[in-house]
Write a protein that binds this ligand. Structure first.
Ligand code: IPE
Ligand code: IPE
Ligand code: MG
Length: 246
């Protein structure tokens, strides 16, 4: 039986977040330049987005470019930004066909102008779609996001719109880039690294973590289904005892 057939559709995570890592090592292993890995990583994105839609996952959030990734060699950064533009162009028709709504989180103003415009255009175009919400984390850093939320709240206090004692977890969440999106139940990281790399720190407080050695360009929808199956075998206790949750 395939992994897909074993997935319990009644117990799907609503939101899956992915740290797509290992493009560079994948390319290096084939004697190619890192950029070759990024190009092949796009094929994995396409397949995983389709697989998520096929199952009926509601939210998929992909770590596409981190705030820290700006520190990579200029040539690689430029290549990634160009790849983003060409991919948005190529995939928009398919996103429309599959009823996917595109979204983005991060310090988007840092993106090159053309990239930013292309992204906003694609988001606008898909804004009426009602299927999978595909969020790209771009120029995204979780600490930056938290600081940004704190600043917004401080401004609201200064403007007299809210009182400090009114700030609670819900209000804080509503000021994150991910406002309106439920917290991920499952976080997947590829490439055998066991770290979070400044991704969704607030949001993954109770997420189940799934690590695989597969490098991102080798990851396909079957691997996504396998991760979901693993998630479904776990007991989520949220601080309670096993007896309480059963
Ligand atoms: C992930 O792959 C893609 C981005 C961070 C943009 P890497 O480029 O980090 O690949 P490795 O980790 O060096 O193999
Ligand atoms: C995390 O991968 C960022 C993305 C996948 C976009 P990195 O390769 O940048 O993370 P580190 O440097 O290994 O922590
Ligand atoms: Mg990496």
């Amino acid at each position: 039986m395939s992994y897909k057939d074993q997935v319990d559709l009644q117990k799907l995570p609503r939101h899956i977040a992915v740290i797509m890592d290992g493009n560079g090592r994948w390319a290096k292993g084939k004697g190619k330049l890192r950029v070759f890995g990024h190009h092949n990583g796009v094929l994995s994105v396409r397949d995983v987005v389709e697989g998520a839609g096929e199952l009926g996952i509601q939210y998929l959030t992909l770590y596409t470019f981190s705030a820290e990734n700006w520190n990579r060699p200029k040539l690689e950064v430029t290549a990634i930004m160009e790849l983003l533009i060409s991919t948005l162009n190529k995939e928009i028709a398919k996103l429309m066909k599959n009823n996917v709504r595109l979204n983005a989180i991060g310090d988007l103003d840092k993106l090159p102008g053309k990239c930013h415009r292309e992204l906003l255009g694609a988001i606008e175009k898909t804004s009426g779609n009602t299927g999978l919400v595909l969020t790209l984390a771009l120029s995204y850093g979780s600490r930056d996001e938290i600081v940004h939320a704190a600043r917004q709240l401080a401004q609201k206090v200064r403007d007299g719109l809210i009182q400090p004692h009114e700030i609670d977890e819900q209000m804080f969440e509503d000021n994150l880039y991910t406002a309106g999106i439920p917290n991920p139940e499952l976080l997947i990281r590829t490439s055998g690294e066991y770290r979070i790399s400044n991704y969704l720190l607030w949001q993954i407080a109770y997420a189940e973590l799934y690590f695989t050695d597969k490098l991102w360009p080798d990851f396909r929808r079957e691997d996504l289904f396998e991760a979901i199956l693993d998630y479904q075998k776990r007991e989520r206790r949220f601080g309670k005892t096993s007896e309480q949750v059963n």
